[in-house]
Design a protein around this ligand. Structure first.
Ligand code: LLP
Length: 437
């Protein structure tokens, strides 16, 4: 992992020691190095620009949505992928340019679709037949128009965890290409005057390290487009190949440079369009994890330490599956260091436990660390994606605060939840009197 250490053996994040940040904001604390976020965004945007390819790089805000984050995304010229009214609401509050917002979801509600139409967002990615009818009716009633893409499943299985596989045919998402569902959807859409069919979308999975899956998906989608051009005279303006670009969580992960993914996509599409004499569509992608994942670090304070002689030593920290659900949910692996003892020799293996009443609340098994003591600061790397966004209040733990560091400054961008806020939706209840005692 790439990190800086000062002369006193302290982990530095964006020019600050983890200790300073922990002292200032408390722990657990998510810290984002904003320069890294910007560099990742630029790696995607700039590569398309360098190749002179019209493109939209839509940040998948499910990876980490907050007003500050969406401001940075907007500032970097990214577009935005939202999948719910909540994510759309956040985008609107952040003042994200509406024409660059795209909406996803396999079960968009009438309210969500209406909100998207009212807000005049740039594009809705249609996922099922019911939605085509709903959107058609909403647009007719409001006399508005909306650009859409059809989400299709190209039948590609990317090598990743089963739960984050989405491009295979047996999926809750999108229209199947091979059985003709996608074509049926295309014909259905063309019956609606107010729906403007811009092209196709697919997302083959997450945390992908190879470009071949993307290339194969592009080929499949393109095959359908060439066929539709011949048979229906339809030419797509946009081809959206989704997100899923892998990042480094541990030394075992060996992702490509972000611009390498883009280059491979451009090359594949260049070849395909030339071969079929098809005009090059705009290429859209939707990176989430690769924009924010490695830019985030979570800082925890060590509490209890339980040694089972000859078996293992459990080190409990003040967070866990409430701020990072991924180890419990996907068996995801992370690396960690003692932020206040970076120059000390590794002492032994420890297993890092969270605070929840749940044996599965283990952040890391068997990580080698210097001798761990109470009050040490443990920093877990690459927690910027799907950490805060999947945070929860299990055991009524507060959601942690989020801090941005950039240009020698640190800024609180999400306050730590208070207990008062946690019970804000709770109402008192007068039990029925005299019924059951
Ligand atoms: N586009 C679509 C349509 C998606 O469904 C997703 C992720 C993305 C883009 C962004 O993928 P990324 O570049 O972040 O891999 N909670 C899981 C990840 C679920 C991803 C779901 N869709 C995790 O923590 O690994």
């Amino acid at each position: 992992m790439n990190y800086e250490v000062n002369e006193q053996g302290q982990l530095m994040i964006g020019g600050f020691t983890a200790e300073e940040l922990a002292d200032h904001y408390g722990t657990p604390l998510y810290v984002y190095d904003v320069e890294k976020i910007r560099a990742n965004a630029k790696a995607f945007v700039q590569t398309f620009k360098n190749h002179g390819i019209p493109a939209q790089v839509a940040y998948a805000s499910k990876a980490f949505s907050s007003i500050a984050m969406l401001q940075v995304a907007s500032n970097e010229g990214l577009s935005l992928d939202v999948v719910s009214q909540g994510e759309l609401h956040t985008a609107l509050e952040a003042g994200f340019p509406v024409e660059r917002i795209h909406m996803h979801g396999n079960n968009k509600s009438i309210n969500e679709l209406e909100m998207a139409v009212e807000a005049d967002i740039g594009c809705i990615v249609l996922d099922n037949f019911y939605e085509i009818e709903l959107l058609g009716a909403i647009l007719r009633e409001k006399n508005k128009y909306m650009d859409v893409l059809l989400r299709v499943t190209p039948g590609i299985s990317a090598h990743t965890h089963d739960y984050i596989l989405t491009g295979q045919e047996d999926s809750k998402f999108g229209f199947d290409l091979s059985s003709g569902q996608a074509e049926k959807a295309f014909l259905e859409v063309s019956k609606h005057d107010h729906i403007v069919m811009k092209g196709l979308h697919c997302h083959i999975g997450s945390q992908i390290f190879e470009t071949s899956g993307f290339e194969m998906a592009a080929e499949k989608l393109f095959e359908a487009l060439v066929d539709w051009k011949k048979r229906f005279g339809y030419t797509a303006d946009v081809l959206n190949l989704g997100g899923g670009f892998g990042i480094q969580y541990t030394k075992d992960d060996d992702p490509l440079e972000l611009n390498e993914y883009v280059k491979a996509l451009i090359q594949a599409l260049d070849g395909l369009t030339k071969k079929a004499s098809y005009p090059m569509p705009e290429i859209w992608i939707e990176p989430g994890r690769s924009i924010v994942g490695e830019a985030g670090v979570t800082i925890y304070t060590v509490g209890s330490i339980k040694e089972i002689p000859g078996v293992r030593t459990y080190v409990s920290v003040d967070g866990g599956m409430t701020d990072n659900l991924r180890p419990a949910l996907y068996n995801a692996k992370y690396e960690a260091v003692l932020a206040n003892k970076m120059n000390e020799k590794k002492h032994q293996k420890y297993s890092i436990a969270g605070k929840c009443c749940e044996s599965g609340d283990m952040l890391i098994w068997d990580v080698e660390l210097p001798k761990v003591e109470h009050e040490d600061l443990l920093a877990v790397f690459s927690t910027g994606a799907y950490g805060y966004s999947m945070a929860n209040n299990y055991n009524r733990f507060q959601k942690a605060a989020v801090v941005f560091v950039e240009n020698g400054e640190h800024h609180l961008v999400v306050r730590r939840e208070s207990y008062k806020e946690m019970t804000r939706h709770d109402l008192t209840y007068e039990p029925l009197k005299g019924v059951i005692q």
